[in-house]
Design a protein around this ligand. Sequence first.
Ligand SMILES: [Zn+2]
Ligand SMILES: [Zn+2]
Length: 127
Amino acid sequence: MTGRLRTALAEECSRCLRAIRVPVEVELEEEALPSVDIASGLPLDMDLEPEILRLNDHHELELLAVVREGIQLAEPIAPLCRPDCPGLCVVCGEELANGPHEHPDESVDPRLEALRGFRVDEESGTE
Ligand SMILES: [Zn+2]
Ligand SMILES: [Zn+2]
């Protein structure tokens, strides 16, 4: 059995966490043996080749497990929304793809931004 299938996976960009669809193409090449003797209808000894794919009792090949495994192998480890995705700003978490932005004082935790504003007000009050 050989086959090629195309699908798309719902993934998350590994840099900017944006939801993306990743197209994948899966090449399938499997050999399958019957599980019952076609002439006599008697079950065959499946222990002889335990690793090999088997047709079911109705001589049908069940593709679900094969396809699922093929897709898992094709799934990218670190999917990207685009090859040069710049990811997220390490300071504020903003998407860098939105354009450059600046942080007036990189050492200040953005969560403490309100406190800095408070300090400035205090200084101006003493002048
Ligand atoms: Zn991205
Ligand atoms: Zn930032």
